[in-house]
Structures are given as C-alpha cells and as structure tokens.
Design a protein around this ligand. Structure first.
Ligand code: MG
Length: 163
C-alpha cells in the first residue's frame, strides 16, 4: 500500500484574553481560543489527520494536556514533531486539505499566510496545503461565536518504493 489517508477534527472555545492563532498566524480579534497549548485548532486538526493516516493515535497521546511542558506550546513546533514521526515511519505528505469554521473574524485575508506557514514547517509547497474558511451560518456554538472548529484530511505517500 503506497497511500494512506487520514482525517482530523478539533474544536476550541472562544474566550476573552487569549490570542487567536490559526495555522500559526496570529489574527487580530477581541476573542481567542482557549486551550492548554496555543489552541491552534487548525494545526491540531492537521496533526490528527497526519497521525490518523498511519493509525498512530491522536495528539492527546503525544502531547497530553496533563503534561506541563506543552502549556502554551507553539502548535507549529508540535506539527514539526508529528511530521518527523510520519517521516520516521517512512511516509511523507502528498497534500492537505482543511476547513476552518468560524463565524468571525473574516479569515480570507489570512489564508495565504496560514498556507505559507504550515507549508514551511512541513517542508511542502503552499500548493500542497489547502486551507478554506466558512461560517456556520450563525447556527449552534460556532454560529454564536462560542467556538471555532477545524476539519482536515491528509494524503500520505510512501517515501521509498521498497519500504
Ligand atoms: Mg486542540
């Protein structure tokens, strides 16, 4: 088998007094995401998709919220660690697609920056990293601006033909 696919999902609460960081980009907003790390919900969904593609579990296993060393962690650093794990297993990313569901703020002006940051950390071209944004049409917790959700899928390819 030369391809593996994984999907990831994450949600974090929006609160006052926290920065809003999505895909490694700090976005000006009066609310930010609550979490043990920097609560970068998009990067978390991508990491879970990468781990899921290889049935390696989830990020809670590798970076448990109970472990103080991950308090306030830069999720891009965690993403690099997950990428190392994937590469050590003999795989690399073909492409990522993702969607962030947020009622506000408008994310479109920041999408290219997110793709660039994620691609840089993963050693990819931005064309391999899809990031989309949508609202929840004012429905449910996301629609009430109580939370932001992210979904991601990742396709992995085997790194060597004889592996
Ligand atoms: Mg998370």
């Amino acid at each position: 088998m030369n391809f593996r696919i994984g999907n990831g999902y994450d949600v974090h609460r929006l609160v006052t007094g926290r920065p809003l960081i999505l895909g490694g980009v700090t976005i000006p907003h009066e609310l930010g995401l609550l979490g043990h790390s920097d609560a970068d919900v998009l990067t978390h969904a991508i990491m879970d998709a990468m781990l899921g593609a290889l049935s390696l579990g989830d990020i809670g296993h590798y970076f448990p919220p109970s472990d103080p060393q991950w308090a306030g962690a830069d999720s891009l650093v965690l993403l690099a660690k997950v990428n190392q794990l994937v590469q050590a297993e003999g795989w690399h990313i073909s492409n990522i697609d993702s969607v962030v569901v947020a009622e506000r703020p408008k994310l479109k002006p920041h999408i290219q920056n997110m793709r660039g940051k994620l691609a840089q950390v993963l050693g990819l071209q931005p064309t391999q990293v899809g990031v989309k944004a949508t609202t929840n049409e004012k429905l449910d917790a996301v629609g009430r601006e109580e939370a932001i959700v992210a979904h991601a899928v990742v396709l992995l390819m085997r790194s060597s033909a004889d592996a």
